[in-house]
Design a protein around this ligand. Structure first.
Ligand code: ZN
Length: 180
């Protein structure tokens, strides 16, 4: 098992006799997230290119055959796992390298996850898509149209490829930012 970034920092701090290794880790993570966010424009451009290349070729939307008539909130909460799976399969090739965008951990033994950008989590992106394609909430919408629109929304928002500890940290911190 690879030594995770957090474990490595704590080990180094203990070795150097630094009293509060967790504070060092927190500070370092804040800096790393800032560096990652600075690459947002490049990542968004990369995602747009990948989406444009794949959107017309993919058959992934064909399996969604329902016509949706519920409220936007009900549609999003009911289809959450479908949306998650679609992100996983559609964006597989956007992140061909197994390397954490935050801490740089690179190992086949580490669990990686795709993360939506700060303040633009999956339900927000899904709601943007629905509002764009649905004139009002009583209008029926094809599930396939919605799923495609959901993917299209990702042209405007970067996504990140993070190791599990960084993803947990990123979500916790960005939740705090949103609430604050
Ligand atoms: Zn990481």
């Amino acid at each position: 098992m690879a030594l995770l970034f957090k474990d490595a920092i704590i080990k180094v701090c203990n070795h150097l006799g630094i009293a509060d290794p967790k504070a060092v880790y927190t500070r370092l993570m804040s800096e790393l997230i800032t560096c990652m966010q600075a690459r947002s424009t490049d990542r968004t451009a990369h995602m747009k290119t990948c989406i444009d290349q794949r959107l017309e070729k993919t058959r992934q939307f064909n399996k969604f055959r329902l016509t949706l008539t519920n409220s936007n909130d009900d549609i999003i909460s009911s289809l959450d796992s479908e949306l998650r799976n679609l992100v996983l399969s559609f964006f597989k090739k956007v992140f061909p390298e197994k390397r954490c965008d935050c801490c740089g951990t690179k190992s086949v033994n580490v669990q990686y996850e795709r993360a939506h950008n700060k303040g633009r989590r999956r339900p927000h992106v899904a709601l943007d898509a629905l509002k764009r394609i649905r004139s009002d909430e009583s209008a029926p919408v094809h599930q396939a149209t919605f799923m495609r629109a959901f993917i299209e929304e990702h042209r405007m928002h970067p996504m990140w490829y993070l190791c599990k500890p960084c993803h947990t940290w990123y979500d916790r911190k960005t939740d705090t930012v949103r609430q604050g």
